[in-house]
Design a protein around this ligand. Structure first.
Ligand code: 3PG
Length: 307
């Protein structure tokens, strides 16, 4: 019998787990659930004999791939797959997939949750500011970026985007103003929402020059990955610009320095919360389950990311 491990250090909503289980039951697969685990050794133990794994931000490195002797497929229920060692998967003939778009709306809504919360002074009673009429720059116009644009227009923001892989026409159709360079985006917009993946090209790419060029008062919203930020330069920007604010769904490594010197000018969620909604869990988890069933039963490799 095909065995599938659902390994989620940050669990899916129960209703999503039920839905995932139903997909595997109907396919005649066995599902093993490892939720809330604290140690990597728990994951290493659990992967021993499974054919497939569904994960979220859980780390599937070479050690995990090597320990999973029967593994054929690993599906990241979500967008970013920087937590999977793709070469290790490829070397072992393991297919790696993500579930693009399935949790995008949840991430986009959180970006606005953080913006509103900060603009309104964390509901403390003090006078705040509005999003209407402000310029928002969407850095990477993929699945999340598109939802961000849609919501921003509802708020009456002026929406700009930069993405070398999306045509200007496509952006214009969505009522978004395309800009020709990343520099122009930051120079134009006092709000920037980050949606770039973390990879060799992007890691540490958001730093001093870009952030210093933003119009005042500037707010950087990060629902992507902390690794894309050059944190030494971020601290320098905090130091030199009293108007600069950083709102992030991923706690920066430099949190202690921020706590010490820049209280009130940053916000971090307690745990990565962007995709933490019932709807996103259902969409991404069940899509991942179907992808596993279709791959095991029919060899369908749609959404493979280690080609
Ligand atoms: C993603 O890449 O899909 C998001 O960062 C969500 O991550 P999560 O599944 O760990 O919440």
């Amino acid at each position: 019998m095909t065995k599938v491990l659902v390994a989620t250090e940050k669990p899916f909503a129960p209703v999503a787990v039920e839905g995932i289980r139903k997909v595997f039951n109907e396919a005649g697969f066995e599902m093993i659930l490892l939720e809330n685990y604290k140690e990597k050794s728990d994951l290493l133990k659990a992967v021993g004999t499974v054919d497939a794994i569904i994960i979220r931000s859980d780390i599937v490195d070479k050690e995990v791939v090597d320990a999973a002797k029967a593994l054929k497929i690993v599906v990241r229920a979500g967008a970013g797959y920087d937590n999977i060692d793709l070469p290790a998967c490829t070397a072992k003939g393991v297919v790696a997939m993500n579930t693009p778009g399935q949790n995008s709306n949840a991430v986009a809504e959180l970006a606005f949750g953080m913006m509103i919360q900060h603009a309104r002074g964390y509901y403390s009673g003090k006078s705040g500011s509005e999003l209407r009429g402000k310029k928002l720059g969407i850095h990477a116009y993929g699945n999340v970026g598109k939802y961000v644009a849609m919501i921003a227009k509802g708020f009456g923001m002026e929406v700009y985007a930069f993405d070398p892989f999306v045509t200007a026409d496509k952006m214009k159709q969505d009522g978004v103003s395309p800009v020709g360079s990343v520099e122009e985006l930051y120079k134009t917009c006092q709000y920037i929402s980050l949606h770039i993946p973390a990879n060799k090209e992007t890691k540490g790419s958001i730093g001093y020059a870009l952030l210093m060029s933003m119009p005042k008062p500037a707010t950087l919203v990060n629902t992507a990955r902390k690794e894309v930020i050059n944190e030494a330069e971020l601290l320098k920007v905090f130091e030199e610009r009293k108007d600069f604010v950083y709102l992030s769904d991923v706690e920066a490594d430099c949190r202690p320095e921020l706590d010490e010197k820049f209280k009130g000018r940053f916000f971090f969620t307690a745990k990565k919360m962007g995709a933490q909604t019932e709807e996103a869990n259902i969409n991404a988890g069940i899509a991942g389950a179907h992808q596993i069933v279709n791959f095991i039963l029919k060899g369908d490799k749609t959404f493979q990311v280690n080609k």
